[in-house]
Design a protein around this ligand. Structure first.
Ligand code: PEP
Ligand code: MN
Length: 352
């Protein structure tokens, strides 16, 4: 990691970056409020740190001995300055700040009417961000794949409903990007780009999404270790995009018998990630449990573990949802969760 002097000029930064490239590495340039920091991506043995340290404009060269370097707390301090917060601010909300943030909405957007009604009701329940799937990852080709699968016109129409519902009820909107070909279109409409659990390992998708410069919510793959989860989130940071929201959504259950939950919610991931990185981490109790009767308790537990917020699937009539009906809760239940979560979050914040 190359830390530039506060007064380093653009010319000096460009020169350092070209030196890095000349040795076969890629420079990840992060322009902070206080200084520019250049991360080295690639085989560091190819370059002499002493040489880099003598280049004009360079303050110092530091090595970070962890797999995840760009999302490390130490790096953040250099980038943002000590004591400066690294929260994500958008549309009047702050992710990773003093209040828990609630992302809610249907699993899949089914119609304009369905989306607007859910948007209105989650807003009344005091949710902050509206979510809805348009390109759905499904295990079977025979199940509803989301409106995006019907064709480009249907996809764009659904995206415009999502944007309009967000505007009408004053909420940023988020939807999943499942493939590289969808990135440009979705980025025109969504405020937060979601990478689903199945695509956590798709490094080209991560990089392309990151380059849009919009906040990215990255879900943990259900078979990924925490280290892999963090390591892949660095593909986003490496593009200079620091607005990364991590999301724990459960990992594959162990043992032979029935697990009785869809996945196993790894809540220890929350405080661990917070110790290792400066990124906010949210929890999705909906996909983790797959059961509406467990959402309240696991939401409270996630907030108690220190989560920056929750991602919850909501429908005014869960039984009629085309996807994930069993885990969908009503807006009234969401309201109860938000009230309880705010109280628990306060206890956690006060303790820290
Ligand atoms: C979703 O949030 O709609 C979803 C499909 O979740 P996951 O990627 O965690 O399975
Ligand atoms: Mn779902």
């Amino acid at each position: 990691m190359i830390i530039m002097k506060k007064e380093a000029t653009q010319k000096q930064i460009t020169h350092v970056a070209s030196e890095v490239k000349r040795h076969g590495l890629r420079p990840a340039i992060s322009e902070g409020k206080f200084r520019t920091v250049i991360g080295l991506i690639g085989d560091e043995s190819q370059i002499s740190f002493t040489h880099l340290a003598t280049l004009p404009g360079v303050k110092e060269v530091k090595t970070i001995e962890t797999l995840h370097k760009l999302i490390n707390c130490e790096y953040s301090e250099l980038f943002y300055g000590k004591g400066e917060n690294s929260t994500i601010k958008m549309g009047g909300i702050e992710i990773g700040g003093n209040e828990p943030i609630f992302i809610a909405g249907p699993c899949a957007i089914e119609s304009r009417k369905q989306l607007f009604r859910i948007a209105e009701e989650i807003k009344m329940a005091k949710a902050h961000i509206l979510r809805g799937g348009i390109f759905k990852p499904r295990s079977s080709v025979h199940s509803f794949q989301g409106l995006g699968a019907l064709g480009p016109e249907e996809a764009e129409e659904a995206l415009s409903w999502l944007r309009d519902a967000g505007k009408s009820f004053d909420m940023p909107v988020m939807t999943e990007v499942r493939g590289e070909s969808q990135v440009d279109l979705i980025a025109e409409y969504a405020d937060i780009l979601q990478i689903g659990a199945r695509n956590m390992y798709d490094q080209d998708l991560l990089s392309k999404v990151a380059r849009k410069g919009k906040p990215v919510l990255l879900k943990r793959h259900f078979g990924a270790s925490i280290e892999e989860f963090l390591s892949f989130s660095e593909y986003i940071a490496a593009e200079g995009n620091k607005d990364i929201i991590l999301c724990e959504r459960g990992i594959v259950p162990v043992g032979k018998g029935k697990s009785l939950t869809r996945y196993t919610l790894d809540l220890a991931a929350v405080p661990v990630v917070q110790k290792e990185t400066y990124l906010p981490i949210m929890v999705d109790p909906s996909h983790a449990t797959g059961r509406r009767d467990l959402i309240f308790n696991m939401s409270c537990a996630a907030i108690a573990a220190g989560a920056s917020g929750l991602l919850i699937e909501v429908h005014y009539n869960p039984a009629e949802a085309l996807v994930d009906a069993e885990q969908m809760i009503t807006p009234e239940e969401l309201k109860r969760i938000i009230i309880a979560s705010k109280r628990i979050h306060k206890v956690v914040i006060d303790k820290n």
